[in-house]
Design a protein around this ligand. Structure first.
Ligand code: NDP
Ligand code: 8X3
Length: 254
């Protein structure tokens, strides 16, 4: 059975302005896909779009804002409406504190982005896939959605929620040929820790010292593999870890 050809496919990537999302954009562009690039930082998306040689449609959108998501993704120009692949990647962590010392504003930000944002985008895009009888949703979860680690509390909860939503989507879409997959990465060196530590670059750098972390491209590689399987193959879950990482807290460092 032939692999699914990604050439000319329309791929919507949320969180395309940085890290894993940006790496996915570059890899899907190499495969000839047409890309809808979504994130809040428009200038980053436009810079990325200018570097790619495929058709792109950058959209500045805050996935936490349901009205904005519906207005931008629900009213795409005609030539961009038939989305083949949705990569629900936009997400973040804020803070690393004990639950009784955590910042409720940071909790809101994580819940609103990682759970509600993913839901709003999915609710806007999946009906078209069902109607067309074709589509693939790839959710970016985390090892943090499989194991809770100290002070990870609310971030882990959001990624456990992504795991539950992914499983729910797969079940609920049984009557359509839409595939549902998740990639659960371990430690990937992106801007993730800078965001978690509120811009503290030195603290963020330390997270990735003493071992070789994953890169965004390692996760994009998994996304390309999942998306290009023959149509009867639905890769349900992929856990990708740095070789040095054996669980959230068990690491071999130099
Ligand atoms: P980055 O910080 O590099 O990228 C996060 C992306 O999400 C950015 O493009 C950002 O764009 C976007 N984003 C954040 N909030 C919003 C919002 N409200 N609306 C729209 N876009 C938003 O981190 P990563 O690439 O590492 O993170 C990508 C995903 O991977 C996340 O879901 C994260 O939880 C997950 N992950 C990361 C791991 C890691 O170790 N790095 C491991 C496991 C999972 P902008 O700010 O322009 O809006
Ligand atoms: C991001 C990886 O281990 O920092 O999901 O939670 S971790």
């Amino acid at each position: 059975m032939a692999n699914t050809d990604l050439n000319g496919k329309i791929v919507l990537i949320t969180g395309a302005s940085s890290g894993i999302g940006e790496a996915c954009a570059r890899r899907f562009a190499e495969a000839g896909a047409r890309l809808i690039l979504a994130a809040r930082r428009r200038e980053r998306l436009e810079r990325l779009a200018s570097e790619l040689t495929v058709d792109t449609h950058p959209i500045a959108v805050d996935v936490r804002d349901r009205a904005e998501v519906e207005a931008s993704l629900g009213a795409l120009p005609q030539e961009w409406t038939a989305i083949d692949i949705l990569i629900n990647n936009a997400g973040l962590s804020r803070g690393l504190e004990k639950i009784h010392e955590g910042n409720p504003d940071s909790w809101d930000e994580m819940v609103d982005t990682n759970i509600k944002g993913l839901l709003y985008v999915s609710r806007t895009v999946i009906p078209g896939m069902v109607q067309r009888g074709s589509g693939h949703v790839i959710n970016i979860g985390s090892i943090a959605g499989r194991e809770v680690y100290p002070n990870g509390n609310v971030y882990c909860a959001t990624k456990y929620a992504v795991d539950a939503i992914t499983k729910g989507m797969r079940i609920d879409l049984v009557d359509s040929p839409v595939r549902v997959s998740t990639i659960d990465p371990g430690l990937v060196e992106t801007e993730f820790s800078q965001v978690r530590f509120y811009g503290d670059k030195e603290r963020a750098k330390k997270v990735y010292q003493g071992y070789q972390p994953l890169t965004g491209d390692d996760i994009a590689d998994a996304a390309i593999w999942i998306a290009s399987r023959p149509w009867h193959v639905q890769v349900a879950e992929v856990l990708v870890l740095p070789t040095a990482q054996r669980s959230t807290m068990i690491m071999k460092k130099e």
